[in-house]
Design a binder for this molecule. Sequence first.
Ligand code: CA
Length: 233
Amino acid sequence: MIGHVLLVEDDRELRATLREALEVEGYRVVASASLADARAVLAHAAPTQGIDLVLLDLGLPDGDGESLLAALRREHSTPVIVISAREGDGSKIRLLDGGADDYLVKPFSIGELLARLRVALRHRGRAVAAAVIRYEHDGLIVDIAAHRVGLDGADVHLTPTEFKLLARLVRNAGQVVTHRQLLADVWGADFTEHTHYLRLYMAQLRAKLEAQPAEPRRLLTEPGVGYRLVEAD
Ligand code: CA
């Protein structure tokens, strides 16, 4: 057993498919079809064998999954991945800023869900241990402590702002970081509407770090939401 997942989904067919896929991977799954049932599961989960991750649908028969997200953030540190048919950027951003670890729009592939689930669980483990200070993937090395960036063995010179932006993405490598979070953390809380700064600096970073800046393979765009640095090796 590699993790205990609470699956909150009212679509019976999808619930069965996801349960099966997760169990094949070695997860233990407890499924809920409503908010009330999910709350009962969370209230009764023993601390030592508690829920390791929540997969949360939004449109549920007795309310919106978002209300459970708020409660989870107040009372638990359990990672939450939202699975929803809602595609609106506003809703994605609100959920990510509201504490969801990730967001998958239906229909999604099981492979992608499993990959994001592994990332969310790993990150929760890391957050408890040391902060991420070194990133390595496909020839790119970012050493935050030493303030150095290397690409295919050569040093890359970044401006202080470029480095701050890259370091912020390194700390959440594999996960999407919203425009708002990036602007607040790199430029400051007064700059959360200045998305043009972000576009400019992301273009500069891509010019320095991507083989084909127009078709990025490291610094990925999540349209209307934010950016994701591909997961480290
Ligand atoms: Ca639903």
